[in-house]
Write a protein that binds this ligand. Structure first.
Ligand code: PRP
Ligand code: URA
Length: 217
């Protein structure tokens, strides 16, 4: 569902079923194996929604009945870029939906004291400037990490309008900051939370996504 407040932001429809799955993900009692399995379910939904925001062209295919089906294929190569570490958890889901995808990575770490993002490295396809990019990171808190990643993509020649940021939980502060700085970038998320606390953690949130997904608590 497109957000009224933020025109380029799509938030999944808040159904009782989605809230049930998010309850499992967010509960402090959910152990890492169950957390990862539940996170994958939600990632499937947001990645599918993000793939609705790339450009497609018509493609006719012949079926075994000898007749044609009016289908589509991506108009440009799709590139998934994960913000390490937590964004990497969404890569295999993008590959499931779009096996032809190419993958790049950026390592950006949020300083635990200041919450400021630190860029460490990128490994991106050489022709990324011609791709439609799905940028993967499940958490958008201050927006610092996502904005740093967008700067990196833009510095490699990716037009801002060709970037879809695919996320699971966002703070209103993070969405405000990101969409004001990069109004052309599309954002897809499962839920927008209440606020950030004094340590810049999302409230109610779910704690540290990367630690819970990868079992490094
Ligand atoms: C987390 C998360 C985002 C970032 C969000 O990563 O995955 O990248 O914090 O916060 P921000 O919007 O305030 O920048 P973190 O750097 O903690 O590393 P991790 O992926 O290794 O858990
Ligand atoms: N990163 C997380 O994993 N969780 C937050 O709430 C903020 C940043």
């Amino acid at each position: 569902m497109a957000s009224k407040e933020w025109p380029n932001v799509t938030v999944l429809r808040r159904t009782p079923h989605l809230r049930h799955i998010m309850s499992i993900l967010r509960s402090v009692d959910t152990e890492p194996p169950k957390f990862a399995a539940t996170a994958d379910l939600i990632a499937r939904l947001v990645v599918a929604a993000a793939l609705e925001h790339v450009e497609y062209e018509d493609l006719k295919v012949t079926t075994p009945t000898g007749t044609t089906y009016d289908g589509t294929r991506p108009a440009k190569q799709i590139c998934g870029v994960s913000i390490l570490r937590a964004g990497e958890s969404m890569e295999h889901i993008l590959r499931e939906w779009m096996p032809s995808v190419v993958i790049g990575k950026v390592l950006i770490q949020r300083d635990e004291e200041t919450a400021l993002p630190k860029f460490v490295f990128d490994k991106l396809p050489s022709k990324i400037c011609n791709c439609q990019v799905i940028l993967l990171d499940p958490m958008l808190a201050t927006g610092g990490s996502a904005m740093k990643a967008i700067e990196v993509l833009h510095s490699h020649g990716v037009p801002l309008a060709n970037i879809v940021f695919c996320n699971i939980i966002a703070s209103p502060e993070g969405i405000d900051t990101l969409t004001k700085r990069f109004p052309e970038v599309k954002v897809v998320t499962a839920e927008v939370d209440d606020h950030l606390n004094e340590k810049k953690y999302i409230i109610p949130g779910l704690g540290d996504y990367g630690d819970r997904y990868f079992g490094t608590i």
